[in-house]
Design a binder for this molecule. Structure first.
Ligand SMILES: [Zn+2]
Length: 49
């Protein structure tokens, strides 16, 4: 899976998000990728926004 560019806008201004350890959605590691250009939030595992 290519995580270096946004699926939506193709931008490269992405940040990796780790959920808080107390969150029910917590994973060990990056759980989500947020695009700073278009605001898309893409789950790393699910591929969903
Ligand atoms: Zn984007």
């Amino acid at each position: 899976m290519n995580t270096t560019s946004c699926k939506k806008c193709g931008g490269n201004n992405l940040i990796m998000v780790e959920y808080d350890r107390l969150s029910p959605e917590y994973y060990d590691g990056v759980s989500e990728i947020d695009c700073q250009d278009c605001g898309a939030r893409i789950g790393r595992w699910s591929g969903r926004e």
